[in-house]
Design a protein around this ligand. Sequence first.
Ligand code: 5GP
Ligand code: MN
Length: 343
Amino acid sequence: MDLRTAIERASHIVIVGHYNPDGDAVGATMGMKYLLANMGKPADVMYPNAYARNLKWMDPEGTAIAYAEHPDKGAALIARADLIFCMDFQSIGRTDVIAPALTQSKAFKVLIDHHIGPARQEFDLCFTETGVSSTCEELYKTVEAELDTALIDRRVASCLYAGISTDTGSFSYACRHAGLFRIVAALIEKGADTVRIHRTIFDTFSESRMRLLGYCLHEKLVVMPAYGTAYLSLSLEEMERFHYRTGDLEGVVNYALGIEGISFAAFFTQRKNRIRVSLRSKGDVDVNVFARQHFEGGGHKNAAGGSSYDGLPETLARFECLVPEFYEKEIRPKRATKPKPLI
Ligand code: 5GP
Ligand code: MN
């Protein structure tokens, strides 16, 4: 069944984003909701847990459901759904508490994503490419190919722009292809206020988040120059000391990667039952494989994540042991090939 037919036939639509929904997940899910509304099709959006405050403007009425907080409501919506959109994750496992209900559901499932290694067998229809910047870009391309870009109004355009700008780090990575900028031009023509969206997402941190960032960089940054590697870590106690709130650590790992000569950066944050691992790299250095092999995770070549179920000191010690081998196998060879001059 094609996308248009699936939408036209559906009577109960649910749109799901991944755990710790970021700008791309919220942009793609809310963008999809508004797009479907423009087709006369209401839909419910849900995430495993809550999104950060700086993304709230995309959902001004607060209609999206954090499943962990309203499991009965979430389960009931999935149980009656006949069409489910899965946005910005490559396998149902990334939806945490929603995963069992999603796996059980007999609804027609559509994947729209851009992660490496989509679990195609879990979905009925897939729109997924790794060469795009974001799920929001993939959604735009899907609408162009399967539906009609006239369905993209100012609301949809603003959500899609939010996802593209966050997943490219404000157009600093995953944005080499000219097609992306043609899409951005179209989104601006449709009314996306790029400057205000940028300010709302990136310039609205709390004072305590800024002090937490300062603490991380001053006290917690470990640089391993011989291995082109730098990492940061935070314990629960440290996060509480700085009144941590969801979203406060977004982007912190990129500061470690911003150091000259560093090609591999990691950030370890202690959570209730595990250590969250965030990995970033420059150029051809592939952190997706590292995340899969050592931290039960995955993602993209230059941005991946995973988990460790050891304690924080043990996890950091294990990481330090893995770095020399990773340097020899992945970082050093990739650095040896001299890049073409910029001009
Ligand atoms: P972040 O470090 O921002 O949490 O995640 C970076 C990228 O890695 C994101 O694209 C995210 O989807 C992916 N990622 C993060 N954690 C996991 C994980 O546990 N499993 C998989 N497969 N991907 C992850
Ligand atoms: Mn994404």
